[in-house]
Design a protein around this ligand. Structure first.
Ligand SMILES: [Cu+2]
Length: 186
């Protein structure tokens, strides 16, 4: 049988090691709790300045996300802004048209529950939360088609919630603009 090493007070080596770990774990808990309290106070006092909010109840009536304003638009600086809406169970527009090799800013929101999308073979991955406007800047290097599924479970029709993204030559994109907006919805 192994010999127990007792110190002057009769505690074994194992007991002293356990007591040390109680202090280390306690310190970690105190540190994490402190961080939680500090960050809560910090974000409550200084919310991110770029956070944009919007009333999901009046989206279709006025403002940036009315139907006539959805789709892709050419900006004065040559870049393209895509505005899209996620709703149970479709994206509007259903087909997003963008020019190749052009800075693209995607602005989106939701009219009901939380949705999200990713665009195949790109790093585009965006959450769409009701009440907030999501922003994503990207650039498509090659022409071609991508699929854009909703990647946030949003209800019974979630699996059927898809859109497409079509990347075309810039000249072809400009030809598709009608009333200031372009899409590839047939
Ligand atoms: Cu969805």
């Amino acid at each position: 049988m192994a010999e127990l090493h007792n110190d002057a007070h009769g505690a074994t080596v194992a007991e002293r090691a356990e007591a040390r770990w109680v202090w280390i774990v306690g310190a970690i808990i105190v540190f994490l709790t402190g961080m939680l309290v500090y960050m809560s106070l910090h974000w409550a006092a200084m919310p991110p300045t770029r956070m944009e909010t919007i009333d999901p109840g009046t989206l279709h009536l006025s403002g940036e996300f009315v139907e006539a304003n959805l789709g892709s638009a050419r900006e004065a600086d040559g870049s393209v802004t895509v505005r899209l809406l996620g709703s149970q169970y479709a994206f509007t527009p259903q087909c997003v048209l963008v020019p190749r090799d052009t800075p693209v800013q995607i602005r989106g929101t939701s009219s009901d529950v939380v949705h999200g999308f990713s665009i195949s073979n790109t790093n585009v991955n965006v959450m769409l939360a009701p009440g907030y406007i999501s922003n994503f800047r990207t650039r498509f290097e090659k022409t071609g088609e991508h699929v854009m599924p909703c990647h946030e479970f949003c209800g019974i029709g979630h699996a059927a919630m898809w859109a497409h993204v079509k990347v075309v030559e810039p000249a072809e994109f400009d030809l598709a603009i009608k009333n200031g907006r372009a899409s590839c919805v047939q």
